[in-house]
Design a binder for this molecule. Structure first.
Ligand code: 5GP
Length: 189
């Protein structure tokens, strides 16, 4: 998606540890026009997949999930919470290793929001090693719903996520696919 790539080149900052900082249009300040266009693009890519709900993870997935849910004609958006409950068994819960924080955390979705009739489109801002997406797949699978697609805004293709997710048999699309970082420069596939 050209508009997205242009923004990445103009405003993205390559940090150590293969992290791309995009706080000025994705992770803190949000660009509404770009975000809505991203929703439309995910709609075009997955419109034939009988999607009934969008699932993402807080917090940066929410804006893209919402834009996509609107593009699909106002289907529900559910975001997994970084939250653990011992008090209730009314949550699907799973462990995720955080690429940016280098720690494990629990994510959860309340059982009432997904059921076995659902065809889910998973949306997230970044794909690195695939742990966040695979955690979301786990939650959807616990609900016996179908994962009918995975949409990623920025994929870092030199990390392992794409291969891991495809190996599980899921259809995954990314809107900007980064081949490598070199001396602070960003090269797309
Ligand atoms: P994964 O679980 O695929 O290893 O990493 C994906 C998650 O880590 C995303 O939800 C995103 O929040 C975060 N992430 C991974 N790589 C980057 C990056 O280069 N930049 C930013 N801003 N977030 C990243």
């Amino acid at each position: 998606m050209q508009l997205l790539k242009d923004k990445i080149v103009k405003y993205g900052e390559v940090l150590s540890g293969n992290v791309l900082k995009v706080d000025s249009f994705i992770n803190q300040q949000i660009d509404p026009e770009l975000t809505m266009e991203i929703g439309q693009q995910f709609y075009r890519l997955f419109k034939d997949k009988n999607i009934t709900k969008i699932v993402t993870i807080e917090s940066s997935g929410i804006a893209f999930g919402l834009a996509t849910a609107i593009a699909f004609g106002n289907i529900p958006l559910i975001f997994a919470k970084k939250h653990f409950s011992v008090l209730s068994n009314n949550y699907y819960q799973t462990n995720v290793y955080s690429f940016t924080k280098k720690t494990n955390y629990v994510v959860s979705i309340e059982k009432d929001f997904i059921n076995e009739q659902d065809n889910i489109l998973i949306i997230d801002d970044f794909l690195a090693n695939g742990n966040a997406v695979i955690g979301l797949v786990d939650l959807v699978t616990q609900a016996k719903a179908n994962v009918n697609g995975i949409g990623i805004v920025i994929e870092k293709a030199f990390q392992d996520g794409h291969r891991r997710v495809e190996k599980l048999g899921y259809h995954i699309e990314s809107l900007a696919c980064i081949e490598r970082f070199e001396d602070g420069e960003i090269f797309f596939r």
